[in-house]
Design a protein. Structure first.
Length: 135
């Protein structure tokens, strides 16, 4: 199962935009939201992108996502608001894109090395001379 997963991920990786991917955001002044007993205007949407042919290219964004959770924070600079689900989804996708395949590939190689070592040990045990113990 693991080998099939690794091969599938390698094929998907080869077909996708090369990494690393990164997250960016943009404030949409006209975006409306409601919740928590009130309404608001303007929040950050999140984008996934990568450098393609020497410049930033947006690959995906949370602008048109149906699932959003707008969070707000107030400080001395005023109010900031953002799509928390969009940010979390973007962070997950980028982490998986940049880190999962190399980690899975490394773990698979370590597993294969451990299995090969175990087979060598088993072979050595089978071919080792057996000395009966005296009673």
């Amino acid at each position: 199962v693991m080998d099939d997963l690794v091969e599938r991920l390698k094929k998907l990786d080869a077909a996708a935009t090369p990494g690393p991917w990164d997250i960016d955001s943009e404030y949409d002044d006209d975006a409306l939201y409601s919740g928590g007993g009130g309404c608001g205007r303007g929040f950050k949407n999140f984008f996934i992108g990568a450098e393609v042919r020497g410049k930033w290219a947006t690959l995906f964004d949370s602008v048109n996502a149906d699932e959003k959770l707008i969070e707000e924070d107030y400080d001395e600079d005023g109010k900031s608001s953002w799509d928390a689900i969009g940010r979390a989804n973007a962070a997950l996708i980028v982490a998986l894109r940049n880190e999962a395949l190399p980690l899975i590939t490394q773990l698979t190689a370590e597993r294969d090395a451990a299995l090969a070592h175990a087979e060598r040990l088993a072979g050595a045990i089978e071919t080792a001379p057996h000395h009966p113990t005296g009673d």
